[in-house]
Design a protein around this ligand. Sequence first.
Ligand SMILES: Nc1ncnc2c1ncn2[C@@H]1O[C@H](COP(=O)(O)OP(=O)(O)O)[C@@H](O)[C@H]1O
Ligand SMILES: [Mg+2]
Length: 320
Amino acid sequence: MTARPRVGILATGDRWHVQELGRALERLGCEAVACPATRMTGRIAPGVPGAGPAAGGGPSGPKEGAIGAGGVDLGALEALLVRFIPPGSLDQIVFRVDALHALHDGGVPVVNPPRALERTVDKHWTSRLLAEAGVPTPRTIAAEGFDDALAAFRDMRDVLVKPLLGSGGRGIVRVTDEDLAYRVFRALEMQRSVFYVQEFVPHGRSDLRFLVVGGRVVAAARRTGAGWKTNVAAGAEMRPHRPGPGEEELAVRAARAVGADYAGVDLLESEAGGPLVVEVNGIPGWRALQRTTSVDLASEVARLVHERVEERRAEALPAR
Ligand SMILES: Nc1ncnc2c1ncn2[C@@H]1O[C@H](COP(=O)(O)OP(=O)(O)O)[C@@H](O)[C@H]1O
Ligand SMILES: [Mg+2]
């Protein structure tokens, strides 16, 4: 009999999603293991390669293995689901994501793959990949310099200035006035922010959110806000939405463009020029979306992770 696969859920806080995913994984016969995202460790032992448990030291040495988190040996897991990586210093973020790379390269399936996490956390990189994949996305200029940001504003005149690594709509400001642009960019310059300046797309007060899992849209909803910002965190309401075939295809292509196994995709219906993808979230939440559908969304995500486990087990079998 084969052992129950141990699957880690990397998170800090975020109890609702962790519990939902834990239950869904257990239903699929996995053992769900909580892995604290703020307590990762890396151990390197001379002459012992790899991310497996062997590098953890002798029998009396630490039990965490080469890469751990709060006492869990991540290298001994059959898959790791990244649920939440909290904001942190540059050191903390680089360390955590690079440790996930090492784990993934060492053969433990990480969902989403660390490369996809990096791509989706950086709005400029996401926008670029979307455009390169032929997925329509608004005109955007990212810049480090104040003068370039101001020139971008002068070029477009009605823009959103977004935090490069932002989420939940927090801190996004609409700028239509040159003096305001000047003040906003000067203030951001003091924080050494990268300017992400995007053409404002008139879309009424709603947009569409799709949850794509394994190349399929498993849920879709219309979010309606009080103004142009339609994040649930900003007070928007969600209603079920039946995606048109074109929308579904766009959402799936957007997730694929960033290499995400599953993703939350935000789509604006521009009044002038059809649908535009504005965001691909590599660690999407679905608590509000769950209320709009009878499909169990945690089960969809868990099933995807379980598939990775099965694929890896199949690869490990000796060839016949
Ligand atoms: N170019 C745009 N024009 C008009 N509204 C936009 C544009 N980009 C984003 N929005 C609105 O702002 C919200 C947040 O933007 P988004 O890029 O998804 O950032 P976040 O990561 O903070 O959710 C979107 O859900 C949408 O309602
Ligand atoms: Mg968004």
